[in-house]
Design a protein around this ligand. Structure first.
Ligand code: C2E
Ligand code: CA
Ligand code: CA
Length: 274
């Protein structure tokens, strides 16, 4: 535990240098944007690499602002993930994704699943797990059909609340995935101390397959570690069949990427050919 804390505090993922006034302005724009329905979720299919069937979807947030145009989550999430506004963003993501999963299940297949991205500091809110569990319960979504994807971060505010929330979610069967595995410094300690059921291999290690032998060794080693810990593996950023072939050959469970589909709006998800 002590080692884990030390590692996450020295980890310098995403060292964002930014202007405080700019962040205040951004927070206000996000507040307004949430009220004016400027945010939406797109859904990217996650494919079972053995059966090639769709297992479920990852919800990815989109922000379309009249003045600023489309703003990528890669730009605004890192700037606000230590601010209280991240809790409002998270609330929107839970509500919208659960509502849409209900529609997806009803129209396509009851077995389909949903993953959402959660900034780890959203989990400092002690009632996070109770809220999520209650929302799923009220909407008749089986807990096991829902996953939260968390990413290693450089600044954690309240580790005990984060642990408490994660173990409560795990206890009822909600899955916890470790996103961007291998990119940060402390991926292995997250694996050791947190109740992780799935690892997502970042596209950084997938994009140069099959040519880059080092990446192939890294990917197959991650999969071996995961298998021995009973953890499932999703590879992200699959863009061609050669990459898929390598991942199948090393027994990767699931895949995601433009090769299968870009993130889609709900009506396009409902029109997918299953
Ligand atoms: P991530 O969770 O690692 O998501 C994967 C990113 O890769 C997404 O970018 C996705 O659109 C993109 N992608 C998917 N397939 C491919 C591919 O084949 N090739 C390439 N090059 N890229 C692919 P996106 O949607 O811009 O999201 C960026 C990051 O923003 C996400 O990375 C995640 O960390 C964060 N994010 C997105 N939505 C949310 C959210 O609702 N809440 C929070 N807290 N973070 C979010
Ligand atoms: Ca993710
Ligand atoms: Ca990633």
């Amino acid at each position: 535990m002590k080692f884990f804390l030390e590692v996450i505090f020295i980890s310098k993922l995403n060292p964002t240098i930014y202007n405080i006034n700019k962040v205040h302005e951004l927070i206000n724009d996000i507040k307004e944007g949430l009220m004016n329905n400027e945010f939406s979720l797109f859904y990217q299919p996650i494919i079972n690499l053995k059966s090639k069937k769709i297992e479920g979807f990852e919800a990815l947030i989109r922000w379309s602002n009249q003045k600023k145009g489309n703003i990528s989550p890669e730009k605004f999430i890192p700037l606000v993930e230590n601010e209280y506004i991240i809790l409002d963003i998270g609330k929107f993501v839970i509500e919208q994704s659960v509502k849409d999963l209900k529609i997806i299940k009803k129209n396509i297949n009851q077995g389909l699943k949903m993953s959402i991205n959660v900034s780890i500091n959203e989990l400092i809110n002690k009632s996070y797990s109770d809220n999520l569990i209650q929302t799923l319960y009220l909407n008749n979504i089986p807990y096991n059909d829902y996953t939260i994807e968390i990413t290693e971060t450089s600044s954690i505010k309240d580790i005990s609340s984060i642990f408490e929330n994660l173990y409560k979610l795990k206890k009822v069967g909600i899955n916890i995935a470790l996103d961007d595995f291998g990119v940060g410094y402390s991926s292995l300690s997250y694996l050791k101390y947190l109740p992780i059921s799935t690892i997502k291999i970042d596209k950084l290690f997938v994009s140069n397959l099959p040519k880059n032998l080092q990446d192939k060794v890294i990917v197959s080693s991650i999969i071996e570690i995961a298998k021995s810990m009973n953890i499932l593996v999703i590879a992200e950023g699959i863009e061609n069949i050669e990459q898929e072939k390598v991942l199948v050959s090393v027994n990767c469970n699931f895949g995601q990427g433009y090769f299968y589909s870009a993130p889609l709006q709900l009506p396009d998800v409902l029109n997918l050919n299953f």
